[in-house]
Design a protein around this ligand. Structure first.
Ligand SMILES: Cc1ncc(COP(=O)(O)O)c(C=O)c1O
Length: 367
């Protein structure tokens, strides 16, 4: 038989697949998963009830325009629902933005340790992906601006960033926006915005309102604990909203995700409880790891980056943690092979993590 070879675009073959956090350890009785920055408390109870209530109607297609959900998001965050576009996770919207504004001959700017999906989505869209050096594991506005060229179409900043946990204050984002050419889209990925507790931070909505070239993306996968359901949203200027609607899957948000999203937003006290827990536990984990001799840069997310100094020690720490049923995230793919990213879990999960790393560091000094 005559075999016809397939012809993927050559640049697609250079894409490294996304490495998700490991979720299983063969042979372990109890596994504590601190590898994917999923909210410590799981899904809000009201969201679970909403999913159960939606189940009998799952043979119906969802409302493709997500009107009720967009309205609920708009009401919750004080935004115009007409400028919100929902997606199957914020990844969905990131891929669409890259397809819309990317393409052969264009450049996408991200930072050295920026969220890895930007590189995958950018390359898929045919962009050259430029990784700009950071300063102290933090996005550097001057360096970003220095790399902008006539081919630049998009700048992606996760604020705060995953996996470093660092953030840019609003003044720095304003400075970046003001100096970017008007034909460059600034994408502010605020996946962890709900965990931010600082007066100098702004997730980006005010900038979207003030300019035609800024988009903010958000997710229900972190504080709202629904990563498995896939629900995210973008707040964007009308011209970008129009193009996202033209290009998205017509039913890109499932029926269950609509109802669960609305219920999650209405869950009494959820954000307050989750924020208080994360702020306190993150400080506790950071201090305990530091006391054990592990460097932990200040983090603003629901995770910390533990710096073990060398890739060998980080790998040994990871093996030690796995031996105790604790899964964290290796971040060599982010250019940080000497670090592990650790999600903030429940207090008792964090206790086990702290104990395990204390023990590891006691043994490590004997190396
Ligand atoms: C910075 C950042 N952006 C976006 C995402 C994707 O989230 P979603 O589940 O909404 O696709 C993540 C998930 O880890 C993230 O860390």
């Amino acid at each position: 038989m005559n075999k016809m070879p397939l012809h993927p675009r050559p640049e697609i073959l250079d894409i490294e697949p996304y490495t998700p956090g490991v979720s299983k350890l063969p042979g372990a009785n109890r596994v504590i998963k601190l590898s994917s920055n999923e909210g410590a408390f799981g899904p809000p109870p009201g969201a679970l009830r909403a999913i159960a209530a939606a189940a009998p109607g799952l043979h119906r297609y969802p409302d493709g325009s997500a009107t009720r959900l967009r309205q609920a998001i708009g009401d919750r965050f004080g935004l115009d629902g007409e400028r919100i576009v929902c997606g199957a996770g914020s990844d969905d919207l990131i891929f669409l933005l890259c397809h819309i504004y990317g393409g052969a001959g264009t450049e996408l700017i991200m930072t050295a340790h920026g969220f890895s999906i930007y590189q995958i989505a950018g390359r898929l869209a045919g962009c050259r992906v430029v990784k700009v050096p950071e300063r102290n594991l933090t996005a550097d506005v001057d360096a970003i601006l220095a790399w902008v060229s006539p081919a630049t179409r998009m700048v992606f900043i996760a604020n705060p960033n995953n996996p470093t946990g660092t953030f840019l204050p609003h003044t720095e984002i304003l400075r970046l926006r003001a100096a970017l050419p008007p034909d460059v889209l600034l994408v502010l990925d605020a996946a962890y915005a709900e965990y931010m507790d600082r007066p100098d931070y702004d997730a980006g909505a005010s900038l979207v309102d003030a300019a035609d070239n800024v988009v903010m993306t958000r997710t229900f996968s972190k504080m709202f604990g629904m990563g498995g359901l896939r629900l995210g949203w973008a707040y964007a200027p009308p011209s970008v909203v129009d193009l996202l609607h033209r290009t998205r899957g017509p039913f890109n948000v499932s029926l269950a995700a609509h109802d669960a999203g609305i219920a999650a937003l209405a869950e009494p006290g959820w954000v307050e409880k989750s924020l208080a827990h994360n702020t306190a536990e993150r400080a506790r984990v950071t201090a305990a790891l530091a006391a054990a001799g592990i460097r932990v840069p200040p983090s603003e997310g629901n995770f910390v980056l533990a710096d073990f100094g060398t890739p060998d020690v980080a790998e040994a720490a990871d093996r030690h943690l796995r031996g105790r049923g604790l899964i964290v995230r290796r971040v060599g793919g982010y250019g940080l092979p000497h670090c592990l990213r650790i999600t903030i879990g429940l207090a008792e999960e964090n206790d086990l993590l702290i104990d395990a790393l204390r023990d590891f560091m006691k043994e490590a000094v004997l190396f």
